[in-house]
Each structure stands twice: as C-alpha cells, then as structure tokens.
Write a protein that binds this ligand. Sequence first.
Ligand SMILES: *Cc1c(COP(=O)(O)O)cnc(C)c1O
Length: 467
Amino acid sequence: MALHRNVRAEHADATIGFRPQFSRSGETAELPRYRLSADGMDPDTAYQIVHDELMLDGNARLNLATFVTTWMEPQARALIDECADKNMVDKDEYPQTAELEKRCVAMLADLWHAEETEEATGTSTTGSSEACMLGGLALLHRWRSRRKEAGLPTDGANLVMGANVQVCWEKFCRYWDVEARLVPVDASCTHLSPEGAAARCDERTIGVVAVLGSTFDGTFEPVSDIAAALDGLAASSGVDVPIHVDAASGGFVAPFLDPDLVWDFRVPRVQSINASGHKYGLVYPGVGWAVWRSPAALPDELVFDVDYLGGSMPTFGLNFSRPGAQVVAQYYNFVRLGTDGFTRVQQACRDTARWVAGEVARLGPFALVSDGSDLPVVAFRMADGEDRFSVYDVSDALRAHGWLVPAYAMPEGLEDVSVLRVVVRNGFSRNLAELLVSDLGNVVAELGERAGGRATADGKRRSAFHH
Ligand SMILES: *Cc1c(COP(=O)(O)O)cnc(C)c1O
C-alpha cells in the first residue's frame, strides 16, 4: 500500500478539532492527528469523527476509473458482516469457510475448462496482484528446475508480455529479479501480438503473460494465436514457453459472454490463470483467484503445509492471515447468480458499454480506441485534427460534474496517444450511462466554446494514472 514517509516531521502539531456537541465532559475538543492521544474517548464520538472525515472520499458509484466492485446486494453485505472476524488461514476454527474456498476453486477450474483428469489446483488470494505473483513464481521455479536438470545456468530469467500489462507484472519482475521484456504496442494492435511475443522469447524465458482484458482499453489478447505462435517457436527452435493468462477482468466475463472464445485451459500451453473476484467476480475488495491446470504446473517447493487440528493444509500465498469474508461473498455470488445470472449481469454491462461507445463516437471530437465489445470498457482519444482541448481537459471538466473518468497516455509504442476510459461495472445502469453521456456532451460544448478556436496544447500530461 501507499508508503508514507516521515509523516511526523512534517505534521508534528497537526490536530483534529471536533464539534463541541460531540465532546463529552472530560474530553478535549482536539485530538492529535499523527500521534496516539493520551486518553481514549466515547465510541459515538470516535465514530462521528472518523465518519465525518470519510465524507471526503468520493462517491464510488460515479467512479468510472475502477474495475473494482462498488455495489453488492444487502444479503452479501450481511454475510460479509457475519464473517468480518474470520481468518481465512484458520482452518481449525473455520472449516466451512475453507470448504467454500475449495468449492469456488472447483467452480472456476470448471468455468475455465480444466480437465478433471489433470487435477487443477488453485487458491484464493487478496487480488489479482498476489495471484499474478504466485503465477509468476511458479513459472520461475519451473524454469529454474528445468535448467538445473539440464545442467544449464539459472540466472538471467526473463518474462515476455505486452507493454500494456498491469503494473503488478513489472512489480513481479523487480521483486524477483526477472527481466521484464515488454513488447511495445501500436495503433493496429493495442496489446500483445502473437508475433511480438514469439520474437522476444529465448531459452531464458520463463513464460509469456497474455492478458484477457487489457487495463488500458479493455481488449482481449488473442491467447490461442499467441499459443500457436509459441507452438511454432517450439517446433523450429526447441524453445518451449508456457503461458500464464492474466484474466483479472476477463476471467469472469469471457466464459459467460464469449463461451466459444478459446483462451483458457482448452489451450494446452496455458499453465495458469488468475482473476480478480473483486472485479467482474462482483465482490467487494479484496479477493482474487489463481488456478493451475495440474499439480505439475505448481512446483512443490512453493507449497507450505500449515498444521491444523487433525491434519495439515497445503497453502500457497504471500500472506498468512487474511479475511475470510470476501471468499464467502464470492461463494454467495456463485450460488445467487449461477451461469444465467452472471451472463445477464455481464451482458447488461457490455450492452451499456457498447451504447456509450456509440454515443461517444457520435459526439464528434472523439475517436474510439475500444468499443466495449471485449471487456465492457470504452477507451477513446481526441479525433485526428481535434486540438481545441485535450482528454485531460475533458477528464477535469467531468470531475466537476461528479464523474471520475481518467485520462492517461497509452503504453510504450503509443505513448503519444492519450485516452479517456469508461469502465462499465455492475450497478452502472443504462440510466446512469445516459446521464454520463449527457454531461459529456455538455462538457464538450463548454470546452469548445471556451477554446473559441484557440488551440490548447495536448501535451499537458498528468502524473501517470495507475490502473
Ligand atoms: C486489476 C488488474 C490486476 C491487478 O489486480 P488486483 O486485483 O487489483 O490486485 C492485474 N492485471 C490486470 C489485467 C488487471 O486488470
């Protein structure tokens, strides 16, 4: 999480004042902000202080920047409340929570077409970032042991992926000392191409990451074509590279909306898949999933046995204690929605995204980069020749209407192109979409008038937006 540097030196005397009607006799009406106060206070007073301050957090439902769930049913909230005290790792105490995790893994393995005979193995995580770390570690350890067996050096490992990968992959590479081979994107292909992937692999490549649902524009990478290119490479050079699919968002979309799209364990080269339960798995943050196609895809040395009364539980994760509530909420969604319910929820998102895309295209100043037909995500840039205002101006102006629509530069290869992105999630109804489009129309008109023919530079790039 955010790293907070030397806070005390900067804010030694900062205090929080609170309204007199909330201070009980004997309490002061001031509280140090960055130190523990000597005395505690009445719980109602403490609640009011924290509650009031949090009003400054935005309205998550109007946040079109995030992929993460911002609405769940009251019944799910009740279960989350009931499970707030449950520790996922404590199988002694909470055997049934562990059982629900197991059912979720089995359901996902089935959804992603793992063969029963291959004995798929998986786990819940705090999110896709942790799941990606685990996927990457399995690739790294497998590569190392193959190299050791062959009597070859085990240094200089690299991982091949598109420049559009989520930041967690660069983190994986830096934390575990693996070279990140980022394949630049271009206007005709805004994500990893099969040729681009194969061209960068060599004998030190631990794997290729294919992303099902690029965070930059929501497009699906062509997993089976990437696999075919790697089959070709293996046949011609002997360099045989496994694939991990980062299906953070797409893992809960494609199985329901594009059942014929072959991206999962149906592709023999795909060894592992991750997804974020808290994105299109429709659970509040933080839960993710990682599944390996077979025990062979997951090296034994990465598995730790945790003792519990009556047995030992194999675990693979970066954390030990973790909340169990999100796993329970994931199971609730599976039971509540079934295949039909998930299909209807995701289809509604895609329909809304495609409608938004059509309206954005009709406004005039924009050109679509993606139209919501993969993930329900619409990315758009300024149309060629439109220089009266920039996507950053549009993002700022929408914020004044309460909408959070981020603007950012595309990845290496397209870094001169800046886009706006709208992520359509469960709960962003057609009605809200119509209000957004109407505000976008007004913003465009206002900005056009204000510019009055005067060109503004598009180069006003802000600090990088993190997806
Ligand atoms: C969101 C995302 C991640 C990181 O997932 P978290 O669940 O936020 O940790 C990784 N990869 C992709 C493609 C994503 O969309």
